[in-house]
Design a protein around this ligand. Structure first.
Ligand code: ASP
Length: 333
């Protein structure tokens, strides 16, 4: 049976069945309620994918999974690597500030049960992703913002840190002279780490963390902490994370769209391409002047990635191989 037809026919819940460390696509037969196993090539588990070239982060996540850890632990551990990396100026410590010189972080996380947690406009705390996980697991809320999020982090024992490194301060001071204190949204000043993992049980989790658009207006929040925009996971279908100009992702509820397209039978690659299409095909879209990229994986372990501009890539760790893969794109560099 063709995969699309199979998915169409599977009117009851679809699910992934992990056999040993191999994932086989399956669903319940509506008549017998018994699982139907597709003849699709089985993917080897675990799998980690991430936006951009972040091999140390994917390696860290993969090690968690190899040691029997779950997908949620893996994506948190992977994202923390980039948050702590002061040289990366778009995530965590050392992130480029807003136009007033404040580094403000956004992050969200989602588990296999559809639970989610998020922090927006978090200051002075490096590991926004861990605070988001705590919001998910230890509060009755989904999202904490600003001072409330920061206060909560201190209550949890996170330490207060100055996130504006000398290098980021210098870059901001240079920008102030050149930009005449106007926020400029161009293709060079954003990058986010988004990560999705499937563990040995076939369960999916995702995480997304960023310092947002460099030199943004004070108070600006993008897609990265918004469930459905920057990140979405459905353990029956797959997961997707976004990077790039958050405003465009929010307007199209990008990650949710990708997962829903996969639910309807599109491959991760087709789904990412269609979601980018929704952005660039808008009347008067200025897409040549901004970047948006998606990476996605489905329950069967197939992956896809697509960016508007050529300089987007996905890092994928699977079968013991950690690779940075050039994404397909619309605009050549
Ligand atoms: N998506 C992030 C935002 O708009 C930026 C990025 O990916 O770098 O805040």
């Amino acid at each position: 049976m063709k995969r699309r037809q199979f998915l169409k026919n599977a009117t009851l819940s679809t699910a992934g069945l992990a056999v040993g460390s191999t994932l086989i696509a399956c669903a319940e037969d509506p008549k017998t309620n018994k699982p139907i196993i597709t003849n699709k090539t089985a993917a080897t588990l675990p799998i980690v994918i991430a936006t951009w070239d972040v091999k140390l982060a994917t390696e860290t996540a993969y090690k968690v999974l190899e040691n029997g850890g779950n997908a949620l632990d893996a994506v948190e551990a992977g994202c923390k690597i980039e948050e702590a990396n002061e040289k990366g100026q778009s995530v965590g410590k050392g992130g480029l500030p807003d136009r007033d010189g404040n580094v403000t972080l956004d992050a969200c996380i989602m588990d296999k049960n559809g639970n989610c947690g998020s922090v927006v406009y978090l200051q002075n705390v490096t590991h926004a992703i861990s605070v988001a996980r705590n919001v998910m697991e230890n509060t009755p809320h989904v999202m904490l913002a600003g001072k409330g999020a920061e206060q909560y982090a201190y209550e949890l024992g996170f330490k207060k840190e100055n996130l504006l490194t000398e290098a980021s301060k210098k870059a901001w001071e240079k920008w102030k002279v050149e930009a005449k204190y106007k926020p400029i949204i161009n293709i060079e000043n954003h990058d986010t780490i988004g990560m999705i993992a499937i563990d040995k049980n076939g369960d999916i989790s995702g995480a997304c963390t960023t310092s947002g658009l460099a030199y943004k207006m004070g108070g600006r929040v993008g897609d990265s902490p918004i469930i459905g925009s920057g990140l979405f996971v459905d353990n029956e279908v797959g997961g997707c994370v976004a990077t790039g100009l958050g405003e465009e992702v929010v307007k199209t509820v990008g990650s949710f769209l990708v997962v829903e397209l996969m639910r309807q039978g599109k491959s991760p690659q087709e789904a990412c391409e269609e979601a980018i299409g929704r952005i660039v095909n808008k009347p008067n879209s200025d897409y040549k002047n901004f970047q948006v990229g998606y990476v996605a994986v489905n329950k069967q372990g197939e992956t896809g990635s697509f960016g508007i501009h050529q300089w987007f890539s996905m890092t994928k760790y699977q079968d013991g191989k950690n690779e940075n893969i050039q994404s397909k794109y619309i605009v050549k560099a």
